[in-house]
Design a protein around this ligand. Structure first.
Ligand SMILES: Nc1ncnc2c1ncn2[C@@H]1O[C@H](COP(=O)(O)OP(=O)(O)O)[C@@H](O)[C@H]1O
Ligand SMILES: O=C(O)[C@@H](O)C(=O)COP(=O)(O)O
Length: 421
């Protein structure tokens, strides 16, 4: 079957978020973990989101993986490929948004690519090239304290230019308001001036619908779920049945658990709220870094409780504690060690019969899903903006929710488990 849309996502929760948006817009969507095997049976599907874990790796490796994913999607007929990045533009001056987009654009033979991380449903808007998170510019939002890529500049034209080989232009809100043809003309003009990418303003979903239609005149674009919404609404067949419903048609049963490695403000609040609903274990990160005993103790703790009902285990800590740990062990070493510990914990829980698993944190979800060896998911109904229920395509039937740290309301964990039966 020929894909209407291909997507390459730079982390797993970001991929779920996009897959959720595409599904809600009516596209039958599969999320794969990594570049799928050639013989992956896709069934009837309109869009595939290939989830990579490329946001915080070496730029050269991110480029190679993204190009391979793009080639796989093009091989299945995708005429347009969207590179899914974070709606808070998580990256550093080395990349990986700029280098990956440069490479995908070159492979597609395009002069310019439209870029917008706007996602109004979660409060991300772009105005005059500046990204806002809710009412504040990116550099005043909690993202300024992200453990791996603190975002300290809200001007995305400037941020992307620092990462890109070619200059970066702006499609401003006045142009977007004039419609698809005006956006296309602006992109052509910027390309003629030598720009390789254009950050587009978007405040409302209608802006993203305009941008989605305009982007489809090109073979590659870059954005968050908002752009996915624009592309999907341009591509979806009118009156198509709800693609999410069948994912929950058969319950999977089994035990349920939640794991959190995100240190975002939203996740910290969600963990506190979960204490009213389920037993919560707060891990000591120093103990996780010291050796295997920390995981073994957590498995034992869970083993005593999970038969009775869902449990939540979290390494999450506030920015001050995160900084202190990083100062002692290094940013990457601390992050990777904790991700690895949570992944081993997930495997031990699955071995003990957990079949419904909620994971909070993008990198954390990546580590968990990789360690479990899960390859692809069908995308089900939405738990919260940006977070769908996922059902494994092959192997042991499992339901998962992979939550970006920033997403979901205070009652997220309870809501997720209520839906995942
Ligand atoms: N207590 C902690 N101190 C320092 N880093 C932590 C702690 N707990 C988790 N981490 C690390 O912080 C990072 C959080 O990133 P991620 O899982 O992508 O969450 P988010 O979705 O909020 O960005 C991971 O690398 C994780 O291992
Ligand atoms: O676009 C978004 O905000 C999310 O889809 C996303 O990518 C968030 O990243 P993580 O917080 O690392 O999950």
């Amino acid at each position: 079957m020929t894909l209407a849309l291909g997507c390459v996502a730079d982390d797993y929760t970001g991929a779920s978020d996009l897959a959720n948006t595409l599904t809600k817009a009516g596209l039958r969507t599969v999320q794969t973990i990594g570049i799928p095997a050639d013989d992956l049976a896709l069934g009837a599907v309109d869009a595939v989101v290939v989830a990579l874990k490329s946001r915080s790796i070496e730029p050269e490796r991110a480029v190679a993986l993204s190009r391979a994913a793009d080639a796989w999607l093009r091989g299945r007929g995708a005429g347009h490929v969207m590179f899914k990045i974070c709606s808070t533009f998580d990256s550093t001056d080395r990349g990986n948004i700029g280098p990956v987009l440069d490479a995908l654009r070159a492979d597609a033979g395009e002069a310019i690519a439209l870029v917008t991380p706007a996602f109004p449903e979660t409060g991300r808007s772009v105005y005059q090239g500046h990204l806002f998170v809710g009412a504040v510019p990116l550099d005043e939002s909690p993202l300024k304290d992200h453990p791996l890529n603190p975002m300290r500049d809200a001007n995305l034209v400037r941020v992307l230019a620092r990462q890109s080989a070619a200059p970066v232009g702006l499609v401003d809100v006045a142009t977007v308001a004039r419609g698809e043809a005006a956006v296309r003309a602006r992109l052509d003009a910027l390309a003629a001036e030598g720009a390789g990418a254009a950050v587009a303003d978007a405040i409302f979903e209608t802006d993203l619908e305009t941008l989605g239609r305009a982007a489809l005149a090109h073979r590659v674009s870059c954005g968050a779920s908002g752009l996915g919404l624009g592309l999907a609404r341009a591509l979806a067949r009118a009156g198509a049945p709800d693609p999410a419903a069948e994912v929950l048609a058969e319950p999977v049963g089994g035990l349920a658990a939640c794991l959190a490695g995100s240190c975002s403000r939203a996740t910290l609040e969600q963990i506190a709220a979960a204490e009213d609903r389920m037993p919560v274990l707060r891990l000591d990160p120093e103990r996780l870094l010291a050796g295997p005993d920390g995981v073994a103790e957590a498995v034992a703790w869970a083993g005593e409780r999970v038969g009775e009902g869902p449990v939540l285990i979290a390494s999450s800590a506030d920015p001050e504690a995160v900084r202190a740990l990083q100062a002692r062990h290094g940013v990457e070493a601390a992050g990777h060690a904790i991700e690895g510990a949570l992944a081993r914990l997930a495997a031990a829980l699955v071995e003990r019969g957990v079949r419904r698993l909620v994971v909070a944190g993008g990198e954390t979800s990546g580590a968990v899903v990789d360690h479990l060896g899960l390859k692809a998911f069908r995308v089900g109904p939405e738990i919260a903006a940006g977070v769908p229920v996922l059902r494994t395509v092959a192997g042991t039937p499992m339901l998962l929710a992979l939550k970006s740290g920033n997403f979901g309301g205070r009652d997220f964990f309870a809501r997720a488990l209520d839906l995942m039966r």
